[in-house]
Design a protein. Sequence first.
Length: 180
Amino acid sequence: MAKIMNVVFGIGIAVILYIVVLLGINVFYPAPNLMDYNCTAPQEVKLQVCDPSMTVGDCYYVVAGKQLNESITSQQAKFDECEKRFQEDDKIYGRNFFYITNVVGILVVTGGLLLFIYFSSMINLGVGAAFAGLALIFFGFIRGWEGTSDKLKFMLGLIIAAIVITYSIIVNKRYSSKKK
């Protein structure tokens, strides 16, 4: 029963720690929201009245069509520019989110490893923290993929791989020595 409780609490710790860190990031560093940019999509255009000497066809093709095209083109250009600013800001946010989640994730994984090494009675806490840290790192890579350079992703990936492999070696040594 104790092993089952350790597993349940380890999973609970991982999920709660993961959620708390993501909520903390959202509170102190919220993601850009397209609605905050007031980007308005092209709308219907009210056309001017045609000159009375024009036929209906001339009026539509010459005046109305020209006004409509100019207005929609102008509105579309404004919308595209606004959306481009949002996408650039979102890319920067993704890069910064990548930094934050990876730093916090590495700290949490390392803390979990230290708890596991020095406090053998806190296995569930150490494993839960390590799992939450790995989940943060994974989510940070997903969210910041576009805004982060490949070199940085590679270097951080190597560091994280070294930490995870070290963690695995320590866990395996600890359990293999207990079985003997």
